[in-house]
Design a protein around this ligand. Structure first.
Ligand SMILES: CC(C)(COP(=O)(O)OP(=O)(O)OC[C@H]1O[C@@H](n2cnc3c(N)ncnc32)[C@H](O)[C@@H]1OP(=O)(O)O)[C@@H](O)C(=O)NCCC(=O)NCCS
Length: 186
């Protein structure tokens, strides 16, 4: 895997490319008492919903139509979020395949009434698949990374993509083998 060229794996595209900045988005939200868990800090699911919302907006903008969440991985919570925090959810397309896109999301929080710098509280990577009216996958424009950071994110997303596919394939093969051997889940 280490020697695999990212270029060699890049899919062929018929659509013209779109620069990363065209769809990059920030969603901001103030956390209130409705967003808390039993400990009094903000519920992780509230942050995940904002992450999915921001990533969905980016995927829709990039692909020019509806896109559905296919997976969310590496959702990491670094710091608790508190009531009164102003949360900024920053999302961009990191990588595009034929019909899917990886969207990278960073979540920053700052006290709504203080001028202290925002700190990063969470991050995640989501795969969205663009779909047509019947829910069938449809081609997406290739993302055109503009900066060195965009290019690094594209390369890292390609590594995650390779691992996702390898893991899915390995698990499917294991299940098929077990089924062929007559082992049934009870
Ligand atoms: C996502 C979905 C459209 C994929 O449909 P499918 O019939 O499996 O289509 P394909 O196998 O052709 O996959 C289409 C693309 O999605 C990607 N994909 C599919 N499942 C994936 C997964 N679990 N993780 C990452 N990528 C995935 C494929 O790699 C492919 O990408 P590519 O074209 O860039 O190579 C389908 O599984 C679906 O509709 N899921 C429900 C989505 C949804 O409703 N989300 C909201 C949850 S409430």
């Amino acid at each position: 895997m280490g020697g695999m060229s990212t270029q060699a794996q890049a899919p062929q595209h018929a659509l013209p490319g779109k620069p990363t900045s065209v769809s990059r988005t920030t969603l901001s939200h103030i956390m209130t008492g409705n967003d808390t868990n039993l400990l009094g800090t903000v519920h992780g699911g509230v942050v995940m919903k904002l992450v999915d919302d921001a990533a969905g907006a980016v995927a829709g903008r990039h692909s020019g139509g509806p896109a559905v969440t296919a997976s969310m991985d590496e959702m990491v919570f670094l710091e608790p979020v508190r009531v009164g925090d102003l949360v900024h959810v920053k999302a961009q397309v990191n990588w595009t395949g034929r019909t899917s896109m990886e969207v990278g999301v960073r979540v920053l929080a700052e006290r709504w009434n203080e001028s202290t710098p925002a700190t990063q509280v969470a991050s995640a990577y989501l795969v969205f698949t663009a779909v047509d009216e019947e829910g069938r996958p449809r081609p997406v424009p290739p993302v055109l990374p503009e900066t060195e950071r965009d290019r690094r994110r594209w390369q890292e997303a390609q590594i995650r993509r390779t691992h996702r596919l390898a893991r899915r394939r390995a698990i499917k093969e294991l299940r098929d083998r077990r089924t062929a051997q007559g082992m049934l889940d009870e």
